[in-house]
Design a protein around this ligand. Structure first.
Ligand SMILES: N[C@@H](CCC(=O)N[C@@H](CS)C(=O)NCC(=O)O)C(=O)O
Length: 216
């Protein structure tokens, strides 16, 4: 039984959530409220000193940070992990690409432009620059998906989950996804994989992190 520390609406938190749903892994979700600053509070820093979600706690009390690292742990030995060393290297290639060319731009543009727009007032130029950088990454992804149904080995797996987290909400970052039709078609394909659960369900059965801390 795993415990996933997560916040509502987060593409990074969706990744371990989705893979656990699709692989039938038993887990519990504790909701950490980023908007109320809970990731920076002492109680949460005691759980994850890096002060970020998602954070995955194993049954033995070992914590794992970084959403893409969680995918490798959770899917280990399953059909969702690429079979050969070359394909595993390609998977890591795309995961590093996601963390350097997509997520750092889609996530803040969406956060300040959509989730907490009051925090984005006066930062329009910064948001616009993030959108442009995200579009450059999405163009690379679109070119790849023009020739492939899925990212690695032409079958669905953890690499798709890693990129799906933020790419499928890039429209909420103010990016017109009609200019990336192959990405859009891939989003539709991933959304139809067996056991797919949408981001909206991430914290549907979560318990609040701080309330649990008070009760404990
Ligand atoms: N590279 C990390 C990024 C984690 C991250 O930035 N999480 C955000 C939410 S999506 C967060 O915790 N923000 C609150 C904070 O930094 O205090 C991952 O992939 O897990």
């Amino acid at each position: 039984m795993y415990t996933l520390y997560a916040t509502k609406g987060s593409g990074n938190c969706m990744k371990p959530f989705l893979i656990m749903c699709q692989l039938g892994i038993d887990f519990d979700v504790l909701e950490v409220d980023v908007l109320r600053g809970e990731t920076r509070g002492d109680a949460y820093l005691g759980v994850n000193p890096a002060g970020a979600v998602p954070y995955l706690m194993t049954q033995d009390g070992v914590g794992v940070g970084e959403s893409n690292a969680m995918l490798w742990l959770l899917a280990d030995g399953s059909h969702l992990v690429p079979e050969t060393a070359l394909l595993r290297a390609k998977s890591l290639q795309w995961m590093f690409f996601e963390q350097s060319k997509l997520e750092p731009f889609i996530s803040p543009a969406r956060f300040l432009g959509h989730i907490a727009p009051h925090l984005g007032v006066g930062r329009e130029a910064e948001i616009s620059a993030w959108r442009d950088k995200a579009k450059a990454g999405l163009a690379v992804l679109d070119a790849h998906l023009r020739r492939h149904d899925f990212l690695v080995g032409d079958r669905y797996g953890i690499t798709d989950v890693a990129l799906f987290g933020y790419v499928h909400v890039a429209d909420e970052a103010g990016i017109d996804m009609r200019i990336f039709p192959s990405v859009q078609a891939w989003i539709d394909r991933v959304s139809q994989t067996p056991g797919f659960v949408p981001l909206a369900k991430l914290c549907a059965r979560a318990r609040p992190f701080l309330e649990r801390e008070r009760v404990a």
